[in-house]
Design a protein around this ligand. Structure first.
Ligand code: FAD
Ligand code: NAP
Length: 382
């Protein structure tokens, strides 16, 4: 059975971005908000990265949690000790394991879903249709609810649909198959690691730690196409704030993996660097030459947006082809039409703000507090 309701906004996803969007919308006091997520458990950071060390200081998680009045109210009303008091006790200038940040998001989520204006639906947004009336954003959002064993459908009409649907690790096709079972099991294990950003460096660090302890026969081939890049504190701003290595990953890279030290470092006894720079043809050539020695491959080559609900417009359900506007959080139809899509917005790792530093470098701002800063700027115009 399908029930239809009306809300001022529909927010899809309850990761750090979805939580920040709901908080910002509540502060605007627009009316009721429908919020949909399969689990309301802090998104991917809780599902996959609880043991990963953060690359941002604890103080940024604190700033996120205290940025909005609805969040401050939740913190005040949560029985102590709780995730917020635990985080407040950590060294604010240091990094922390991401479980502290995930639990803080969970604490905020628990408070938000109890608020009068918030209607939380455990389930999945499968589709949304934009009505064809000009100048009137009216979305009909279809939700597949998961309650117990029964799945039932719900429709919500709204003038604002906000996608905070997250991303997953990118998977690249490799030119040759790398299957551990095709290789002899008697020889020592070699793992290929592809990439040179945060995920890749943390993978190298973990594999080196394993090789130094429980897996002495483990060896690593590190496929990289650029020099290690670090975030650098400049005069009042951070160079490579979004793409440069920080925290534990930066320390490990500087002391163990850099050109001049890899040959003599402890990590260098385990890791062999395969320089893939020089374009696609050379990259493939290096894979062909070196991947056959590898039993496993870890691709740490960035993130890809999770699939979006099916978005269509008009009575004939014409599919929307859309481009995200990284300055406003809104969407435009893809060229040649290029018109703004009314009432559709995005945030989070899938839809981040584009930032330009004083040197003209363009980056995408991905991080809890970065999402919050962007949303505080753009939500008043949504
Ligand atoms: C390994 C790693 C470490 C990171 N470390 C840090 C750090 O230290 N500090 C920092 O500030 N940032 C960090 N980030 C960056 C960023 O803050 C996180 O990626 C963050 O979790 C992104 O939040 P999100 O809400 O955009 O997406 P997600 O956490 O992926 O949440 C998306 C949610 O939407 C739900 N969803 C998707 N589709 C639908 C649908 N159709 N219907 C209903 N629900 C849906 C998903 O189930 C999920 O719950 C890290 C990122 C990674 C990958
Ligand atoms: N808490 C943490 O410490 C932590 C850990 C992991 C991730 N994160 C966050 O998560 C986000 C994503 O980080 P990420 O490290 O996963 O991805 P990323 O920052 O997008 O970096 C992807 C890396 O893969 C390389 N790459 C892409 N395609 C490649 C190919 N075909 N061959 C070889 N290398 C290739 C890129 O090199 P090019 O530049 O040459 O394309 C780049 O070095 C960031 O916001 C990051 O801060 C945080």
């Amino acid at each position: 059975m399908t029930t239809t309701r009306k809300c001022a906004a529909v927010v899809v996803g309850a990761g750090p971005a979805g939580v920040a969007v709901v908080g910002n919308l509540l502060e605007r006091q627009l009316g009721s908000i429908a919020w949909i997520d399969p689990s309301f458990e802090s998104g991917r950071v809780n599902r996959k990265y609880r043991e990963v060390p953060s690359n941002t200081k604890v103080s940024f998680f604190q700033s996120y949690a205290t940025s909005l009045q609805p969040f401050r109210t939740i913190i005040e009303n949560t029985p102590r000790p709780n995730a917020f008091t635990t985080m407040a006790k950590l060294d604010q200038e240091n990094t922390c394991h991401l479980h502290y940040a995930a639990d803080m998001i969970r604490g905020l989520t628990n408070g938000l879903v109890k608020m009068e204006q918030v209607y939380a639906y455990q389930g999945f947004v499968t589709a949304a249709t934009l009505s064809s009336k000009p100048d009137q954003a009216r979305w009909t959002v279809r939700i597949k609810q998961s309650s117990g064993n029964e799945a039932n459908e719900l429709e919500i009409e709204t003038s604002r649909l906000i996608l905070c649907t997250g991303s997953h690790p990118t998977n690249l096709p490799v030119p040759i198959p790398v299957l551990s079972e095709t290789l002899p099991t008697t020889k020592p294990t070699t793992v290929a690691v592809v990439g040179a950003s945060h995920s890749a460096i943390l993978a190298l660090l973990n594999l080196v730690t394993l090789a130094q302890s429980s897996h002495p026969h483990l060896r690593v081939k590190w496929f990289t196409r650029h020099k290690l890049r670090y975030a650098e504190f400049m005069d009042g701003w951070i160079l490579r704030d979004n793409t440069g290595l920080k925290g534990l990953a930066a320390d490990f890279a500087r002391t163990q993996l850099e050109e001049g030290v890899l040959g003599s470092s402890d990590a260098g006894k385990i890791v062999t660097k395969v320089d893939c720079a020089g374009g696609e043809a050379r990259e493939k050539e290096m894979y062909r030459a070196h991947l056959p020695d590898c039993d496993y491959i870890t691709q740490a080559v960035g993130f890809t947006r999770d699939p979006l609900p099916q978005l269509v417009k008009g009575d004939d359900a014409e599919p929307l082809s859309m481009e995200f506007d990284h300055e406003t959080g809104a969407f435009h139809e893809s060229a040649p039409a290029g018109e703004k899509i009314p009432g559709l917005f995005g945030a989070g790792i899938a839809f981040p703000q584009r930032v330009v530093d004083p040197y003209g470098n363009v980056e995408y701002a991905v991080g809890f507090f970065k999402f919050m800063k962007f949303l505080k700027k753009v939500v008043p115009s949504w």
